[in-house]
Ligand binder design. Structure first.
Ligand code: SF4
Ligand code: FES
Length: 256
């Protein structure tokens, strides 16, 4: 089922179950978001994605990442940059910046919505450029991949994604999805040739049989083989070399 709604004056047929954030993106309207990752469900914690909803002469603010469109929403009008929305968004980003004043993502979002410099500094302020902003993406992505190796632990200034007791975790397969998807660069990873170090653990990388580049950790390959049915041969070559092979085959075929 699809329901007619309007976002910033543009009419759209929103599929049942779509979120307002996704529906806006579908028609070319980008709503700023921090804790929402495109591959993960919403948690609605940062409140950056706030929008104004008008229906039946009533108006309210709502987070768009976890507002799921249902039949009752038919005819509703959504405003992503009304005065109320902008003012709330500035309030949200100013609070975050008082806690993490040097994080580039927050500075950029503040500039985008015209927020001022943060006033009084939060008692647990973290001045690091790559401070953890508690979005939870690292732990949620680790769970979604089936590893459950990290969680958001501790309180106040110490709170961040961590393995249990900050020790090397047997559940971590070294996939580095947490590192790659952290929006602030808070999760360290080192990679030198055939080794990757993350979360206090060193992993061997399987080399590509063609170019020799480190491909995937042995632990992640084993996990994907046993839980997702990938074949041993799948991890033989990196994607770039596989593409080169395919291009070579196509070029040979086209000369026949
Ligand atoms: S470490 Fe990065 S991904 Fe994890 S909660 Fe902190 S900012 Fe978010
Ligand atoms: S992106 Fe919606 S609350 Fe964080």
């Amino acid at each position: 089922m699809a329901y007619k709604i309007k976002i910033d004056g543009k009419e759209t047929d929103a599929e049942e179950g779509a979120t307002l954030l996704d529906e806006a993106l579908k028609i070319g309207i980008r709503i700023p978001a921090i804790c929402k990752h495109p591959g993960l469900g919403p948690i609605g914690s940062c409140r950056m994605c706030v929008v104004e909803i008008k229906k039946d002469d009533k108006s309210r603010l709502a987070t768009s990442c976890n507002h799921v469109i249902r039949e009752k929403d038919t005819g509703m009008e959504v405003f992503t940059d009304s005065e109320r929305v902008i003012s709330k968004r500035r309030e949200v980003i100013e609070k975050m910046r008082s806690r993490w004043p040097n994080v580039k993502l927050l500075k950029d979002l503040a500039a985008q919505c015209g927020a001022g410099e943060p006033g009084e500094r939060h008692p647990d302020a973290d001045l690091a450029f790559n401070a953890c902003i508690h979005c939870g993406i690292c732990a949620r992505i680790c769970d979604a991949l089936g590893h459950h190796a990290i969680s958001l632990a501790d309180r106040a200034a110490e709170k961040t994604g961590k393995t249990p007791f900050c020790e090397a975790s047997k559940d971590c397969v070294g996939c580095a999805a947490c590192h790659r998807n952290c929006p602030t660069g808070a999760i360290e990873m080192n990679e030198t040739g055939s080794k990757r170090t993350i979360w206090n653990r060193e992993f061997d990388l399987i080399p590509c049989s063609s170019c020799g580049r480190g491909l995937i950790t042995r632990e992640q390959a084993a996990f994907l083989r046993t839980s997702k049915g990938f074949s041993e041969a799948y991890f033989d070559k990196c994607d770039a070399c596989k593409r080169t092979d395919v291009a070579g085959t196509i070029s040979r075929i086209s000369k026949w």
